[in-house]
Write a protein that binds this ligand. Sequence first.
Ligand code: DHB
Ligand code: FE
Length: 283
Amino acid sequence: MARITASVYTSHVPAIGAALDGGKSGEPYWQRVFKGYEFSKKWMQDNRPDVIFLVYNDHATAFSLDMIPTFAIGTAAAFNPADEGWGPRPVPRVIGHPELAAHIAQSVIQQDFDLTIVNKMDVDHGLTVPLSLMCGQPQAWPCPVIPFAVNVVQYPVPSGRRCLNLGKAIRKAVESYDDDLKVQIWGTGGMSHQLQGPRAGLINREFDNAFLDRLIADPESQAAVPHIDYVREAGSEGIELVMWLIARGAMSDLAGGAPPKVVHRFYHVPASNTAVGHLILEN
Ligand code: DHB
Ligand code: FE
């Protein structure tokens, strides 16, 4: 059967992609960010998954305000990097896993979550920057990726509780797939940041680090935190953090297993307007 081997959490700051693509990753400002991912790139090589289930948010790129799915699963054979205004990022095409994606859609919808099935979409920095941070600049991404887009752009957005429970349902779905696949689940976005208005530039180290602590040790209590607390404490775009609860919900301790092992933790300010947070948890 397939199983979730680990979960990975990381911010998705678009300027990180621009720094890599523009050959600026050696600059001291960016070196301080990339230093936190040196372990992770090595870890990815040593713990190569068969599939990555990548929870991210689309930034009105594939889905405009014309149509806003709360949860959307990418079932296509491949996904192109999106043009977000400066041309598509020069990164590999994302190869999907239609069979596992369709199986997860079937199982999770039968567990009463309403997923939108997406057979064609482009993927923006929300998905490609985490891949770049974890995998560097390869000719091809190391394995197929199932994109799972969550609406955190237009209210109402899903609660932390619903996200954690969705992660539990995804875990059951993965474990009911016959093929012997090692699946990593990634939760991306965050940490504290606000991009507009009088509070633009807001960063809250204390909130971010308390979030990391509770995500690791007490995800059920973190799941009870309402949106308004994220927005007040971590800024309007800090709400992206609820997506991390989906990945956390898929870890085995929440289904009666042992607590996950924290193999890596990193926090850094600033990257563009954002605090960068990163965790790797192994089952
Ligand atoms: C920035 C961060 C984001 O999460 C995003 O989607 C766009 C911009 C930033 O820090 O500049
Ligand atoms: Fe974002």
